[in-house]
Design a protein around this ligand. Structure first.
Ligand SMILES: [Zn+2]
Length: 193
C-alpha cells in the first residue's frame, strides 16, 4: 500500500476529523486522526499491520508491546501476523506501568507498536517500562507519524506507514480559540491523537 491509499482509507472511514481539538500533548489542532475508526475494519487492520511488518527487515523480534489504548489494536494484529506474544503497558494514576501479570524475560527483544505518534511521549514511557523489566526495544513502528519533522524522538529506529504533518498550537496562542471556534474537544484517549 502506498501513502495515498492509506490516507484514502482514513478519509473513507471518516477518521480524518476537522474542527478544534485538544491533543494528548495538550496542544490544540484543527485536525484529528481517529485511527480506531480505521482499525475497526478488520481488513484495514490486517493490511496496515502487514505494511508495518514490511518495515522490519532482519531484526530478531521475540515480542510485541504497545502503549494502551491507542496501540492495542494495531499492536495485537502485528503480533498475530508475526506469531509473537503481545503485551501492553498502560497508565495507572498517570504513570505508565506493566500490569495484568505480564512479564518480560531478561533479554527479550521487543517491537514497539503505536497507532499515531506525535511527540512520542507514550512510546518513550512504554520503552522505559520495557527496559525496567529487562526487555530491549528494537524498533518503533507506528501507522501515522503526525510530526515527521520532529527529530530524535526515540533512541531506536523508527518507521511509519504514512507521515501526515498537522499544525498544532499552544493553547495560549491558538488561532481557533481566538476565532472562538468552540468547543475545543478531546476526542480520544491519550496516545490516540
Ligand atoms: Zn484552541
Amino acid at each position: 500500500m502506498n501513502e495515498n491509499e492509506i490516507l484514502a482509507m482514513y478519509e473513507d472511514a471518516g477518521a480524518l476529523l476537522n474542527g478544534h481539538f485538544v491533543l494528548s500533548s495538550g496542544r490544540h489542532s484543527s485536525r484529528y486522526l481517529q485511527s480506531a475508526l480505521v482499525l475497526m475494519n478488520i481488513s484495514h487492520a490486517t493490511a496496515l499491520a502487514a505494511e508495518l511488518i514490511s518495515k522490519v527487515s532482519d531484526e530478531e523480534i521475540d515480542m510485541v508491546v504497545s502503549p494502551a489504548i491507542g496501540g492495542l489494536v494495531i499492536g495485537q494484529e502485528v503480533a498475530r501476523q508475526l506469531n509473537k506474544p503481545f503485551i501492553f503497558t498502560e497508565r495507572k494514576e498517570g504513570e505508565m506501568q506493566l500490569r495484568r501479570g505480564f512479564s518480560i524475560p531478561e533479554g527479550t527483544r521487543l517491537l514497539v507498536v503505536e497507532d499515531v505518534i506525535t511527540t512520542g511521549g507514550s512510546v518513550r514511557e512504554c520503552m522505559v517500562v520495557v527496559r525496567e523489566h529487562g526487555g530491549t526495544p528494537i524498533k518503533v513502528l507506528a501507522v501515522v507519524d503526525r510530526a515527521p519533522d520532529a527529530e530524535g524522538r526515540f533512541d531506536v529506529p523508527f518507521a511509519t506507514a504514512i507521515s501526515l504533518s498537522v499544525e498544532t498550537h499552544d493553547p495560549s496562542d491558538c488561532p481557533l480559540c481566538r476565532e472562538g471556534v468552540l468547543p475545543a474537544i478531546k476526542p480520544g484517549s491519550r496516545g490516540a491523537a
